[in-house]
Design a protein around this ligand. Structure first.
Ligand SMILES: Nc1ncnc2c1ncn2[C@@H]1O[C@H](COP(=O)(O)OP(=O)(O)OP(=O)(O)O)[C@@H](O)[C@H]1O
Length: 249
């Protein structure tokens, strides 16, 4: 479903990704965890074909990221923290205008909006102008817009940040319920409890390298820790200590 081979990305002389290879499966919620600056957003932007890697490559549903980025974009939906909405449009108008871009018919559009209204508890948000939204209302419409065309791959980059507990709960339930054959969700966060709840497997990224990939049980067993948060600290600390030891030699 998703394969990445030895992805590197440099910004000038700074190496943000240092050879990342991973495979995510059909019907999986795949967590990407890492401290600030680990390279999560860079990796997800490469997957969404919004950024080209410096080297390496990969496929999404068998489509080559570098050779056919437009086809990749058609099957991917992206949500990140910084996405805006046109202030003068209501949620419903935003969704209708995007449905037009995706070539959806009027009937398909209205049925899909009704389904997303139900699943994301959009309610009155649909008929309020985006300029008047709270951050939770805005994020729900951003998510609805990203999944309107029922993408095979959904990329959620810190999608829960800034949400109150109700909106966060709706998002996590939505992610849980999205797990289905032919679908893959990539869920980036630095909130370990979210990853524990929704992810089938997690990858821990640090300084542009994957430190580990596995189910929660595998990561806990490998580190001997009781929680993902403790396992995360342990893996990051070990990695940093090895780096310091190598530099001291
Ligand atoms: N356009 C850019 N130019 C230069 N450096 C960049 C650019 N974008 C990202 N970086 C650097 O690359 C590194 C990885 O950034 P990235 O945003 O991918 O990390 P992240 O894991 O998503 O972090 P966060 O959790 O803080 O969002 C950081 O050190 C960042 O400063």
């Amino acid at each position: 479903m998703l394969e990445l081979h030895d992805i590197t990305k440099s910004y000038g002389t700074f190496q943000a990704l240092r050879g990342v290879s991973l495979t995510a499966r059909d019907a999986e919620v795949y967590g990407l965890l890492g401290p600030n600056g680990a390279g999560k957003t860079t990796l997800l932007r490469i997957l969404a074909t919004l950024l080209r890697p410096s080297s390496g490559g990969g496929t999404v549903s068998g489509i080559d990221l570098l050779r056919d980025p437009e086809a990749v974009r058609r099957i991917v939906g992206v949500v990140n923290g910084g996405m805006g909405l046109p202030a003068r449009l209501t949620g419903r108008e935003v969704l209708r205008s995007f449905a037009g871009l995706y070539g959806m018919t009027r009937a398909q559009t209205e049925a899909r909006i009704a389904e997303l209204d139900d699943r994301l508890e959009l309610g009155r948000t649909l008929d309020v102008r985006a300029g008047e939204y709270s951050s939770g209302m805005k994020q729900k419409v951003v998510i609805a817009r990203a999944v309107l065309h029922d993408p095979a791959v959904l990329i959620l980059d810190e999608a829960a940040s800034g949400l109150d507990i109700f909106a966060r709960r709706t998002l996590l339930d939505f992610v849980q319920a999205s797990r289905a054959p032919g679908r893959l969700t990539l869920y980036s966060t630095h909130v370990m409890s979210e990853a524990e709840e929704v992810c089938d497997r997690v990858a821990i990224l640090h300084h542009g390298q994957l430190l580990t990939v596995g189910t929660l049980a595998q990561v806990l067993e490998a580190t001997g820790e009781r929680s993902l948060e403790r396992a995360f600290f342990e893996l990051v600390r070990e990695h940093d200590q090895r780096g310091e030891a190598a530099r001291a030699v």
